[in-house]
Design a protein around this ligand. Structure first.
Ligand SMILES: Cc1ncc(COP(=O)(O)O)c(C=O)c1O
Length: 529
């Protein structure tokens, strides 16, 4: 392979990202330019349609106040093309962002979700005119119920964290009905959990109790028993956990929590390796969220859009948000007859375009296809883990004999001690090799963590390229650490000042925010370099 030959000669990393001194779109164009050249409509058409502006009430018109840039079509096309050349996405190559399940998403899902018959529906249309989409949502609810082993599914939440919040609200509703709100005030969360778990529990009004992991990376059962009490409202658990390890004592864990009348919550961010193999409902989980934008074929990035449906056991179904989709054997309709529902958590039926992609994905894969995807994701993660564990400077924390599920966590602690090169530096240098970095510094229980999730959608050659790049970077760290410490060098934008880029005082997420900070000169991106 060409890259192997080049790397062996130490020649280059075979990657150089495009670099454009691209201005924000507001600084391009000129007053009066426009992006279309549609001929004037015939006179009769004009008089039939009338002046579009007259359709809107005077006080709602913002003509001239929006401050939109004025550009020709070609300027717009070139601007976005240049920006895309300075980007790296799932279509460029491996994107091993642990806990994010960054799969390649088949284009057919995009085509189906974009069909005008589906994408132009208005949520206020009468049920009788939207039977097709209601049927899709009705079926998807049932398929996800089947996949997760839950009794009823609500499609509304817009993300995993939103699903978690709904889940903890459901715990609360259940306690309220049983008159136990005063008594059951605690939600237990393992120390390996994603930060959204304790945040969701706290937002729903619970006190969060952290339980440590044992030497094998699983929940410490004795510690769990010691923090479980009559005060326990529930436990939030990811299985496999964020180390990629399956919580083998899940039945015992469920028993401990259920014995004190608590509920077991499944964080479904890591559902990918379990698809069609085992179901959270069968493991004893009462509430399950699914990250559609991870496991079920929707591009995931830049914070959304996503979907975090929640499935629950029979007893909890009465509390789910409304409306659900009902079917009387002939017609589909939206059902509001849920007197114990916690109400609405989102408008309409959630992020329907994302749900449509999930429908298309499950339909095209079938249960057997999903199972194969799960198995390959596990094979890939274990292949990568074994290979990386043999590289000088990298170690496999927790039981390295135990296989992982869909992701693995590697520690760069020895490398840092030996050379000063941290997990962050490794991640930055990987960009120079034309590879996306893995998640870093999560889970918090691993020092200098690199959390790697290759997913099922990459070939062995691509995994080998990733492994060899990390091997080579570790060698560089021992031979010439400076090159790694100052990386990236081949990307369109050099290393960012992470504090400036994320501190509320200096961060500007839009041109409007940037100008509000009194800055209009120069390219805003240079503020963070
Ligand atoms: C383990 C885990 N739980 C929950 C979440 C939250 O999901 P979302 O980003 O969809 O809100 C994530 C997100 O990465 C996660 O990795």
């Amino acid at each position: 392979m060409l890259w192997k030959k080049l790397w062996a000669k130490g020649e280059n990393t075979m990657f150089k990202q495009a670099t454009w001194e691209e201005q924000v779109i507001f600084k391009l164009g000129k007053k009066g330019r426009s992006g279309h050249a549609v001929p004037e409509a015939e006179e009769e058409v004009q008089s039939a349609v009338g002046n579009v502006n007259d359709l809107f009430p005077e006080n709602m018109r913002r003509i001239g106040k929006l401050g939109l840039p004025e550009l020709s079509e070609v300027e717009v096309a070139r601007h976005f093309m240049r920006l895309s050349e300075m980007n790296y996405g799932i279509d460029s190559g491996l994107y091993p962002l642990g806990s994010c399940t960054m799969k390649y998403n088949p284009r057919i899902n995009e085509v189906l979700a974009g069909l005008t018959t589906l994408s132009t529906i208005h949520p206020y249309q009468d049920d009788s005119t939207v039977q097709g989409i209601l049927e899709i949502l009705y079926k998807l609810e049932r398929w996800l119920g089947e996949i997760t082993g839950t009794y009823e599914v609500c499609l509304h939440p817009a993300a995993g964290a939103h699903g978690e919040f709904l889940g903890t609200m459901l715990m609360h509703a259940c306690l309220k009905q049983n008159g136990q709100c005063e008594r059951k005030t605690e939600v237990i969360v393992p120390d390996s959990a994603h930060g959204t778990n304790p945040a969701s529990a706290a937002m729903a009004g619970f006190n969060v109790v952290i339980v440590p992991s044992a030497a094998d990376g699983c929940i410490d059962l004795e510690a769990l028993k010691s923090v479980t009490s009559e005060k326990t409202a529930g436990l939030m658990l990811t299985n496999p956990n964020t180390l990629g390890i399956f919580e083998k004592d899940i039945e015992e864990i469920a028993k401990i929590i259920h014995e004190v009348g608590g509920l077991l919550y499944y964080d479904g961010a890591n559902l990918n390796p379990l698809l069609s193999k085992v179901r959270p409902g069968d493991m004893g989980f009462d509430i399950v969220h699914i990250n559609i934008h991870k496991t079920f074929g929707t591009p995931h990035g830049g914070g959304g859009p996503g979907a975090g449906p929640v499935g629950v056991s029979k007893d909890l179904a009465q509390f789910l948000p409304m409306p659900s989709v009902a079917f009387d054997g002939e017609r589909y309709s939206l059902a509001y007859d849920k007197p114990h529902s916690i109400g609405k958590i989102r408008g309409f039926q959630g992020n329907v375009a994302v749900l449509l992609r999930a429908y298309a994905y499950v339909l095209s894969m079938g249960l057997e296809g999903l199972k194969e995807a799960a198995e390959i994701s596990v094979l890939n993660a274990n292949y990568v883990m074994k290979k990386l564990g043999s590289i000088k400077g990298l170690t496999i924390p927790y039981d390295d004999k135990q296989s992982r599920k869909h992701e693995c966590v590697i520690s760069a602690k020895s490398l840092k001690n030996d050379t000063g090169v941290s997990a962050l530096n490794l991640a930055k240098r990987l960009l120079d090799y034309g590879l996306h970095a893995p998640t870093t510094y999560f889970p918090l229980i691993v020092d200098e963590a690199l959390m790697i999730e290759p997913t099922e959608s990459f070939e062995k050659e691509e995994l080998d390229r990733f492994i060899d790049a990390l091997r080579r970077i570790c060698e560089e760290a021992y031979e010439n650490p400076q090159v790694v410490l100052t990386a990236p060098h081949n990307t369109s934008i050099p290393r960012l000042d992470e504090v400036k880029a994320s501190h509320p005082k200096t961060m500007a997420l839009s041109w409007r925010m940037h100008t509000k900070k009194g800055k209009t000169a120069g390219n805003p991106r240079n503020d963070y370099i």
